[in-house]
Design a binder for this molecule. Structure first.
Ligand code: FES
Length: 101
């Protein structure tokens, strides 16, 4: 996926997230201070939303059944598997999302 501009940093509250659709994929974009992370916005369990506020540092909790994922790695601290992560770059305050990693 060619990196595409998706949002301005200031659109995301510190510790929060927004959701964007790119090339048909639902992506949750998180901000923690000056750091930006992007993961698939659908929980791999049963498709719950992962574009939530960050908790306990870098975790997003699915509200449907409570699975959590670290937005830096896409890994869950307590469940098998992971969610897809995307390459993020910020240029002049604009967030660009690229291919998955
Ligand atoms: S759908 Fe996310 S924990 Fe079940």
């Amino acid at each position: 996926m060619t990196p595409q501009p998706v949002a301005r940093v200031e659109e995301i509250p510190d510790g929060g997230s927004i959701r964007r659709v790119m090339d048909g994929r639902d992506i949750a974009i998180f901000r923690k201070g000056e750091e930006i992370f992007a993961i698939d916005a659908r929980c791999p369990h049963r498709g719950g939303p992962l574009d939530n506020d960050l908790e306990q540092g870098y975790l997003t909790f699915c509200p449907w059944h409570g699975w959590s994922f670290d937005v830096r790695t896409g890994k869950s601290p307590d469940q098998p598997g992971r969610v897809f992560c995307y390459e993020v770059t910020v240029k002049d305050g604009t967030i660009h999302i690229g291919q998955g990693v």
